[in-house]
Design a protein around this ligand. Structure first.
Ligand code: KG4
Ligand code: ZN
Length: 354
């Protein structure tokens, strides 16, 4: 069976066709994956402008879906279902994908499946690597989320911890902005960090020892926090340039040092807590997914620490790290096979829980 996936939760309009293989270890194959990125539109504003995003999704969605079908050599009649990101994300953006998917499913007479965006990121690991050895810990680290999940059965995701303030990707974007490096910040900070000294700037590491008062049922010491780090970078930059000045007065070398030092602290926090969760839940594998999993240092350290501990570690390809629809199609197939369908009154949910 082939499924069409649609993703419009943020600033990428994406569609993909994914096929079931019948192989239990490697259940899915990507037949096509098309992404229309809105980055150039939002860059001008220093971040995603929700209203511009929804309008651009409307312009792009039909063409993107047609290309995904064309590249897969599929017609509507060849599809067994349509999967769409229901949330979380920007509600106006989500609505475009959800409305399109409902119309398509109704017109083609095929089932509709609503997918949680983070389930998509988790399943990108399976799409890339085949089924993970379970129980697995999966760290989802993106522009909107930094969360640890325990996957004890395929398709079962138990939230263990999350960020109490900024997501890691958000911290990258904010630090890039205050350094005048543009949007999105992750890739450029990553690139500059490679040329810097990661011990040059002293930045605080986050230590969380008290349970999260908002979620007393989870211990909280596996939680993340990145807003203090971002503020520390801001203070450092202000102390070097004078508040209100732009970083253009900072030498390139120093900008690279700031990026490297910031990246060291972020990656260390992510790696430490992910491996702590592996130990606590006796997981037999560890995966990292989401936009920040494209980060070169995070990828290297995950593999290195995994090898040292003889723990299998998994990453998506770079193309599957950032938002795409192939992962939504894969998560949709998982749900479809578990008997989950959505009715045509499916609604976008900006803060959908997983
Ligand atoms: O998963 P994603 O494409 O969208 C969300 O669901 O949020 O993640 C986007 C985030 C952005 O914050 C971006 O700056 C970050 O991923 N990102 C990176 C890298 N590439 C993208 N962060 C660090 N290093 C990278 N190489
Ligand atoms: Zn995402």
């Amino acid at each position: 069976m082939r499924i069409l996936g649609i993703e419009t939760s943020c600033d990428e309009t994406a569609a993909a066709v994914v096929e079931e293989t019948g192989d239990v270890h490697r259940p899915w194959l990507i037949r096509s994956s098309v992404i229309a990125s809105q980055t150039p539109i939002h860059r001008e504003w220093g971040g995603v402008v929700p209203e511009l995003a929804s309008r651009q999704h409307i312009r792009d969605i039909s063409g993107v879906v047609e290309r995904a079908l064309g590249e897969a050599g599929a017609r509507w009649g060849d599809l067994g279902a349509v999967a769409v990101t229901q949330g979380p994300g920007l509600v106006g953006s989500l609505l475009v994908g959800v409305a399109f998917a409902k119309a398509a499913a109704a017109a083609a007479g095929i089932p509709l499946v609503g997918v949680h965006h983070l389930a998509g990121h988790i399943e990108s690991l399976v799409l890339q690597n085949g089924e993970l050895p379970l129980p697995a810990i999966v760290l989802v680290v993106s522009g909107g989320h930094t969360s640890l999940y325990l996957v004890d059965q395929p398709g079962h995701y138990r939230l263990l911890s999350r960020t109490r303030d900024d997501a890691a990707g958000e911290a990258y974007d904010k630090v890039a902005k205050l350094l005048g490096l543009g949007y999105p910040g992750g890739p450029v900070v990553d690139r500059l960090a490679r040329r810097g000294d990661d011990r040059a700037v002293r930045l605080p590491t986050t230590r969380l020892t008290h349970p999260d008062r908002n979620h007393p049922e989870i211990p909280g010491d596996l939680d993340f926090s990145f807003s203090g780090l971002k503020t520390a970078v801001l203070r450092y930059v202000n102390s070097r340039t004078g508040a209100g000045a732009t970083r253009s007065v900072l030498p390139e070398r120093e900008v690279a040092d700031i990026c490297a030092s910031f990246q060291r602290v972020v990656v260390t926090a992510l790696i430490e807590r992910a491996f702590a969760a592996v130990r606590r839940y006796q997981a037999v594998s560890l995966g990292v997914a989401g936009g920040v999993s494209a980060n070169s240092r995070l990828r290297e350290e995950l593999t290195l620490h995994g090898d040292q501990r003889e723990l299998p570690t998994f990453l998506p390809s770079l193309a599957l790290s950032t938002d795409n629809a192939a992962m939504i199609a894969a998560a949709g197939l998982r749900r479809f096979r578990a008997g989950v369908h959505a009715s045509l009154d499916l609604n976008a949910d900006a803060s959908l829980a997983l």
